[in-house]
Ligand binder design. Structure first.
Ligand code: PMP
Length: 361
């Protein structure tokens, strides 16, 4: 078997131990004579995996007792609709901070059904930085404030979350959940698609504070009712059992390596390696984002000569480094260095970048 280093932005690389365990148990789950993904989601085996996964998530991220952990299908995109639908009251409004593609998408979706106000827009300077608290024109009486913690395409990330003065803060953490400990006092809701740091694509995890969740409308179709998901422990309808199982294995891997402290240590080592290769290149590689706003999950950069992009990608692929092409909307290069990317992968990429520069610089 030869595994390459996979820098795709999501779906993305998963822990090898998780893939190995799922392949060993896929056909016959622990002697049951059938696969876990063939079993009832109301059965004993799945029930154990389901509850253990929620418990592991809570333990690793130190989720307080007054928050619920909810599993939903439909991707983070579904939450762009569900959250405003359920949580902006009639005649109410929400505040949106636009730091890039995903903040814009959330705002656009909310605008189709409610009053969604822009309280900061980074478009004018090319979405290259995270705003300071003083720049946000928060309305003060919004149902909530929405922001995206890590812009997967633009490569900028909030390092500290703003104090919203008692207004509930809703954060799309799709591309940096589980990459750092969280100060839960700051948030009313956090949500994330699973396909970067948690599992394969197919599920969204929502962590929501009880008092905020209880303000959600109930005059909605059943799937959009938070109370039904919460009160049924994410078993209101059929959950994506395979994704929950994979998330279970990913979380067990995180625990086995030393939890959040080790995740953070590796994250900083990996980001440091790739950003150093950019910064030490004498302008051969350039970063389009402000240094203070750089993402530690998605490193975005450009080549000084755009004609070198194709050769870079082709040679990288040959060297076993896949998925480095930047998003089509911004071009250039991007390395997604999620939790399951080993430090050796970032080292291999940095070495490749240095050698490529020596040959083409
Ligand atoms: N938010 C962010 C930050 C993302 O990176 C993505 C997907 N890459 C989404 C939302 C949308 O997620 P999904 O495709 O699962 O709906």
């Amino acid at each position: 078997m030869s595994r390459i280093y996979n820098f795709y932005s999501g779906p993305s690389t998963l822990p090898l131990t998780a893939l190995e365990e799922v392949s060993a148990k896929l056909v016959d789950f622990e002697g049951a004579g059938m696969s876990l993904i063939e079993m009832s989601h109301r059965g004993r085996e799945y029930d154990r995996i389901h509850n253990e996964t929620i418990a592991l998530f809570r333990e690793i991220l130190k989720v307080p007792d007054d928050f619920h952990v909810v599993f939903l299908q439909g991707g983070a995109t579904m939450l762009f609709g569900l959250v405003p639908m359920a949580l902006i009251p009639r005649n109410g409004h929400a505040d949106f901070i636009l730091t890039g593609h995903w903040g814009v998408r959330a705002h656009e979706d909310a605008s189709t059904i409610a009053d969604a106000r822009i309280v900061w827009d980074g478009k004018g300077d090319g979405f290259r930085r995270i705003p300071a608290r003083g720049e946000l024109a928060l309305s003060g009486d919004a149902a909530y404030v929405h922001l995206c913690s890590n812009e997967t395409i633009g490569g900028i990330q909030w390092s500290e979350f703003p104090d919203t003065g008692g207004v509930p803060l809703v954060v799309d953490m799709s591309s940096d959940i589980m990459s750092r400990p969280l100060d839960w006092d700051r948030f009313a809701m956090v949500f994330a698609g699973t396909q970067k740091n948690l599992a394969p694509a197919g599920m969204t995890v929502m962590v929501v504070r009880d008092d905020f969740a209880r303000t959600a409308r109930r005059d909605l179709p059943s799937y959009f009712r938070l109370d039904l998901h919460i009160d049924n422990n994410s078993l209101f309808n059929t959950p994506p059992t395979f994704i929950v199982w994979m998330m279970n294995l990913t979380l067990r891997w995180i625990k086995s390596i030393g939890g959040m402290a080790e995740v953070e240590r590796r994250r900083d080592a990996k980001a440091g390696l790739v950003y150093s290769a950019i910064d030490a290149s004498g302008g051969f590689y350039t970063s389009p984002v402000d240094a203070s706003s750089r993402s530690k999950m998605n490193v975005v950069w450009h080549l000084h000569d755009a004609a070198l992009l194709d050769p870079f990608l082709k040679e990288a692929e040959k060297a076993g480094l896949a998925g480095l092409k930047g998003h089509r909307s911004v071009g250039g290069l991007r390395a997604s260095i999620y939790n399951a990317m080993p430090v050796e992968g970032a080292k291999a990429l940095a070495d490749f970048m240095n050698h490529f520069r020596e040959r083409h610089g």
